[in-house]
Design a protein around this ligand. Structure first.
Ligand SMILES: Cc1cc2nc3c(=O)[nH]c(=O)nc-3n(C[C@H](O)[C@H](O)[C@H](O)COP(=O)(O)OP(=O)(O)OC[C@H]3O[C@@H](n4cnc5c(N)ncnc54)[C@H](O)[C@@H]3O)c2cc1C
Length: 483
């Protein structure tokens, strides 16, 4: 395969006047055939070429087309991953790491074919070092599996992207979610990874030490690299003590601006809130219908407070005062675990509520993040644009971080609607970037956000290209993503 061989075509992946230059990757037919044959011999039934398995390992979540790999290998150890990568390196064949496939921007697609390495059979928790508040896991362990495993220890892993994603995939996408406002993102919670690099070598990026000044920060280079620099085969993660007291609440506002302004003030006052999530009025309608709830169909905040009983009390009182200044309606509180879990399940099912709201439509789930002071402007301008374009779109977000998602529900048979949606996605990204924000706070770049990186980072993308080229000169690791 010739890497980044030719800028053969410009194609209109994102309409609305913004033409994206797309690097068209050549398929290395003979290399793929040879590597597949070698790996078939080595892995037998643990290599699948079936159409359905290949399709499940391409992109399946949003309107981005499915581009399946040529074969899927189900790996069971770091050494097996290294074997696969070495064969692919020798024959210059793309390698696409795969966790649970919940990424939203075409991350796991194989635009030039190649071999997908499914890591879900590497699903052991290797070590829990309770006294050091860390653990070591294989990449196929999911966040729910880890928290189940930790249940008796009084510890938990706080990063929670809604989907029960793999920890390897979460590290690779630098995921965050509802708890990030208090506990940070994967960037803050991965201490060390073991990774198979594009030449098949196995490297460890750090140690279990809580901090290190030992040279370049390779851990953070791999976290967020979306499988384009190596395959993560082991992770050391920070853990947190389960808070003594947890209290959740739901409250609504008359306008989305008021809801956002209450969030902004909460963050500016330094209230250490654990979760503060916005659903706009249309999303509340969708979530009420899907999760069988009876909340008001108004802009709504879902909140959670963690700490000692006294600190939770103090935080809730402070939040009530702030929210009161923005005309908050009645609160519904719960400290009972069962009720809290079902409340947050409804929040986590937001994506499925969107899917169910307009049967037959495809979902576009796009995220941006802005400095907290620009949150209200960005959300309300976005809502206006959705209305002006006559689209069906709803907003849900981890607003404590200035991060929100727009779920557009598109009739894929309606060309005009598709064009409007593409225009909307383009201007949403530009709006966030113009506010000194980012085109993705947590979903990552994949294929979908590639056109916006230059606008956001300019020369920074040149450095990313140089790093990629130095580490992966033949561009075999998840080609056609990020840059
Ligand atoms: C309903 C729903 C809600 C979501 N909510 C959130 C949210 O709140 N916050 C958020 O951040 N995301 C969210 N997402 C997106 C998604 O869950 C995250 O991006 C998640 O981190 C992807 O993990 P995964 O295991 O599914 O990875 P995959 O989709 O399998 O892979 C994602 C990327 O990581 C690479 N990769 C996977 N495993 C490895 C590995 N071991 N080594 C190297 N590269 C690897 C892949 O090649 C690909 O580029 C949501 C998705 C859905 C469907």
């Amino acid at each position: 395969m010739k890497h980044f061989a030719s800028l053969v075509a410009t194609f209109n992946r994102f309409a609305g006047g913004q033409m994206a230059l797309a690097e068209v990757l050549d398929r290395n037919e003979s290399g793929i055939a040879t590597a597949t044959a070698i790996l078939k011999q080595r892995f037998g039934d643990r290599l699948s070429e079936s159409a359905s398995v290949r399709e499940q390992h391409g992109h399946t979540t949003t309107w981005i087309e499915n581009q399946p790999p040529d074969a899927v290998v189900f790996a069971r150890s770091t050494e097996e991953v290294a074997e696969v990568v070495k064969v692919c390196a020798e024959h210059k064949v793309p390698v696409i790491p795969f966790g649970t496939g919940t990424s939203l921007e075409g991350h796991v697609n194989a635009p030039a074919g190649g071999i997908c390495i499914d890591l879900m059979e590497m699903n052991n928790v290797l070590n829990v070092n309770a006294e050091d508040l860390d653990c070591v896991v294989q990449p196929g362990v999911t966040r729910k599996q880890l928290n189940e495993h930790l249940r008796a220890t009084g510890l938990f892993f706080p990063i929670d992207p809604g989907a029960d994603a793999s920890l390897g995939g979460m590290a690779a996408t630098r995921a965050s979610g509802t708890n990030a406002v208090r506990y940070g993102t994967m960037k803050d919670n991965v201490l060390n990874v073991t990774a198979v690099m594009p030449d098949g070598s196995i490297v460890r990026t750090a140690s279990r030490a809580k901090k290190s000044a030992a040279g370049y920060d390779l851990t953070r280079l791999l976290v967020g690299s979306e499988g384009t620099l190596g395959v993560i085969t082991e992770l050391t993660l920070r853990l947190q003590g389960i808070p003594e007291a947890i209290s959740s609440a739901v409250c609504s506002f008359d306008s989305v601006e008021n809801a956002c302004n209450a969030v902004i003030a909460t963050i500016q006052y330094g209230i250490p809130i654990a979760r503060i999530e916005l659903l706009d009025a249309l999303h509340m309608k969708a979530s009420n219908a899907y999760s069988k709830l009876d909340f008001e169909e108004k802009p709504t905040l879902f909140l959670e407070f963690h700490g000692s009983p006294a600190s939770v009390e103090e935080q809730t009182e402070a939040f009530k005062v702030i929210a009161g200044e923005y005309g908050v309606g009645a609160f519904r509180w719960t400290a009972r675990e069962e009720e809290r879990l079902s409340l947050w399940q409804a929040r986590h099912d937001a994506y499925w509520a969107e899917v169910a709201f307009r049967p037959g439509a495809r979902v576009v789930s796009t995220d941006v993040c802005v400095p907290i002071s620009r949150l209200a402007d960005c959300v309300s301008e976005t809502q206006r644009e959705i209305a002006d374009l006559g689209l069906v779109g709803m907003i849900v977000g981890h607003v404590g971080d200035g991060n929100f998602h727009v779920g557009l529900l598109i009739d894929m048979g309606n060309e005009e609607e598709i064009a409007s949606a593409k225009r909307m996605v383009c201007s949403l990204n530009s709006r966030a970037i113009s506010m000194d924000g980012t085109c993705t706070g947590e979903h990552g770049v994949g294929q979908g956000k590639m056109p916006y990186l230059d606008e956001e980072l300019g020369g920074g993308v040149t450095i990313m290209r140089a790093i990629k080229k130095a580490i992966d000169p033949d561009n075999i690791m998840n080609p056609g993503k990020i840059i």
